[in-house]
Design a protein around this ligand. Sequence first.
Ligand SMILES: NC(=O)c1ccc[n+]([C@@H]2O[C@H](COP(=O)([O-])OP(=O)(O)OC[C@H]3O[C@@H](n4cnc5c(N)ncnc54)[C@H](OP(=O)(O)O)[C@@H]3O)[C@@H](O)[C@H]2O)c1
Length: 251
Amino acid sequence: MKLAGHTVLITGGGTGLGGGLAAAFHEKGNKVIITGRREKVIQEFAARHPGMEDITADVAQEGDVQRLFRQVSEKHPDLDVLINNAGIMQWPDFTKLETLDDRLFDEIEINLKGLIRMTAAFLPLLSKQKEAALVNISSGLAYMPLAISPIYCSTKAAIHSFSMALRHQLRNSPVKVLEIAPPGVESDLGKTDGAAQRDYPRMKLDAFVKETMKALESGKAEMPIGQAKMLRILSRFVPSVAFGILNPAKG
Ligand SMILES: NC(=O)c1ccc[n+]([C@@H]2O[C@H](COP(=O)([O-])OP(=O)(O)OC[C@H]3O[C@@H](n4cnc5c(N)ncnc54)[C@H](OP(=O)(O)O)[C@@H]3O)[C@@H](O)[C@H]2O)c1
């Protein structure tokens, strides 16, 4: 896709990967609208990028998504890029059943159902444009799970599958379905409710954004970034090796 001349909506666009992409699209002169649940976070981020708009909305709430759709479609009927980026990562341990609490399904509600809900709400508007892009942020962990975050990885594998299927369904429509599969990248992901972040290699945010913008420009549909490229290859040809690298057995 071209990297300029768009109106771009990014969920979870006030921090981390979404924030990096929001800033990059803004710098290239696109109209950028960011969302998130924490009003102050997105307001302060947008204020640092004059012209960027922010709308508080929770992708897990149907009412919020419908309100977001009304606001965006009234003010920006030309919206042509939706980046489904909002996500959380948790660490449920199924060997300690007593610790599994009412947050157990949150990753499914946000990462997967939230992404599908946003897609269903905004597809009619995207479909009205001459050309449009629906960009889903999955993960290298869509190809092979990290066992300490089993539900997160399941949602990412589902997003990968959903993106492939939707791309086929929409092949004769103006909407291109794209998937970005990031590797580990420096961000606040996984710190939900004060959880300690686990130790694994992380790409610098700037390097991730640079490679992702280049990949988007290339016109590819599925874009593993950084080490996610190697994970994709290993998971296809030597899956047990890939699994072992991610999940070294201890004890
Ligand atoms: N960092 C990595 O290593 C990595 C690797 C692969 C894939 N990813 C994916 O990249 C995406 C962004 O993650 P990140 O690493 O940038 O983490 P992050 O900094 O924690 O960003 C997540 C963003 O999503 C928003 N969000 C969370 N739940 C939401 C909800 N229910 N409704 C609306 N917004 C919500 C958060 O804002 P609020 O809390 O204010 O809502 C936050 O701005 C995620 O989909 C993640 O799975 C990240």
